[in-house]
Design a protein around this ligand. Structure first.
Ligand SMILES: Nc1ncnc2c1ncn2[C@@H]1O[C@H](COP(=O)(O)OP(=O)(O)OP(=O)(O)O)[C@@H](O)[C@H]1O
Ligand SMILES: [Mg+2]
Length: 401
């Protein structure tokens, strides 16, 4: 008997890793002017002058990290080639969940020689950590570029963003030179910085706009050529991913993820080509996941009210009046073992909230002679998807047996 995996062959992927997050493209497409600006800002480093500080901003997935990695590795390569250039050390830290102390500690540990004990997590002061960082920078000499990703997550960043770049001017270092590269996808962060930090960090500000469908198509076409066996990914699949991602967030990450998931779906279905239908199918799954998360974010009673509207609307095949929502709400809450809200007013409040949040459509029902107003409610999403999402949420919430 053959083994379980005996018949498995990869007819779709040539090199799947190029569609993975950790893959670093050696070519950056559609970002010529940003790359050029970046290059200009770093030129001093090649001539032994202190480099300018740089601040990059732009939404998630628009190439800030990819462009940074590309530009810095090109710079390091060129510095090695030139006898006159200083050595260039690039050190990265993600500032998410970090204090200035822990971020500096991370930099210290990256610069310390291999085999050295790591800098203590607690005990020394922030000033001590900076002191050790200066020691390590001097030991290595050359030019140090520190990449601070998600810089907006740092609380109280002044010592790192204002004093540190002045280390040379203030006599903390003599041999080594320092340049900071701050990255953020938070546009308001810029305005929360003090004026002195702003002018220090933003000697060069490079902003990354979101990608349009044409740009995404260029990026995806290039990836697809590397990732897939020739002829397996049809052009319309790439266009579908590009169009969808452009309409949504303009993120290359989203476009690439979508293409990879579509290819996986094709492979699972035993197809030897990846088509626009596969893209459409996985896109729906992604949407479903997002819808579920959105519902899950609501309070339990709001979820129950939404579910009641969805179930009643499905049964009646028409929009639902407030009173009827209340009537349906009770068995729904019972079915999942939740206590009821008792007043009509509280149901109305939830309906109003759900309407404001875009879950429900509200229509005004004029009662004519008797005067008074009442509303009819309708779920502004696929009814079955809403009900299934609610069932999933309840089932996941059950404690394991
Ligand atoms: N211009 C481009 N050319 C080639 N690949 C790109 C380009 N822009 C982005 N990518 C790819 O898209 C994905 C997301 O890009 P990247 O990680 O650089 O985004 P980011 O702006 O750093 O996002 P975040 O703010 O979430 O960190 C990566 O796989 C990256 O390789
Ligand atoms: Mg990034």
């Amino acid at each position: 008997m053959g083994g379980l995996f005996e018949d498995v062959e990869d007819e779709i992927y040539r090199e799947k890793r190029v569609l993975k997050e950790e893959y670093q493209p050696d070519e950056i497409l559609e970002r010529d002017s940003e790359v050029e600006e970046y290059k200009h800002a770093l030129t001093d480093a090649l001539f032994g002058r202190s480099p300018d500080n740089i601040f990059l901003f732009g939404k998630a997935g628009v190439g800030k990290t990819a462009v940074t990695n590309f530009v810095l590795s090109e710079l390091q390569r060129e510095a090695l080639r030139r006898d006159t250039a200083d050595e260039i050390h690039v050190t990265k830290v993600n500032c998410n969940n970090q204090s200035v102390y822990s971020a500096v500690r991370h930099l210290v540990n990256s610069l310390r020689p291999e085999g050295t004990a790591s800098f203590p997590k607690k005990g020394p002061s922030t000033a001590d950590a900076f002191e050790e960082l200066y020691t390590q920078m001097e030991r290595l000499g050359g030019t140090h570029l520190f990449v601070l990703d998600e810089i907006d997550h740092l609380s109280d960043p002044d010592p790192l963003l204002y004093e540190f770049p002045r280390a040379r001017a203030n006599g903390h270092i003599n041999e080594a030179k320092v340049g900071l590269i701050g990255i953020s996808n938070n546009y308001t962060f810029r305005n929360t910085l003090s004026a002195k930090v702003k002018s220090t960090l933003m000697e060069h500000e490079i902003s990354f706009s979101t990608y349009d469908a044409g740009e995404l198509k260029t990026i995806l076409t290039d990836r697809a050529q590397r990732a897939f066996v020739d002829g397996t990914c049809v052009d319309s699949a790439i266009s579908a991913c590009a169009a969808f991602a452009a309409k949504d967030d303009g993120s290359a990450r989203q476009a690439i993820d979508l293409l990879r998931e579509a290819a996986d779906a094709a492979q699972k279905a035993g197809s030897t080509t990846v088509t626009a239908e596969h893209v459409e199918r996985v896109r729906k799954q992604v949407n479903r996941g997002q819808l579920r998360d959105k519902i899950d974010d609501q309070t339990m009673h709001a979820q129950l009210v939404l579910e009641a509207v969805a179930r009643q609307q499905l049964a009646d095949d028409e929009s639902v009046r407030t009173k009827r929502v209340q009537k349906r709400y009770e068995p729904v809450a019972d079915a999942w073992g939740h206590d009821h809200l008792t007043s009509l007013k509280s149901i109305q409040n939830h309906l109003d909230d759900l309407h404001m949040l875009g879950f429900l459509i509200r229509t005004d029902e004029n009662k004519g002679q008797t005067g008074g107003r009442s509303y009819r409610w309708e779920v502004d999403m696929n009814l079955k998807t809403v009900i299934e999402a609610r069932e999933e949420i309840e089932h996941d919430a059950q404690p394991p047996e």
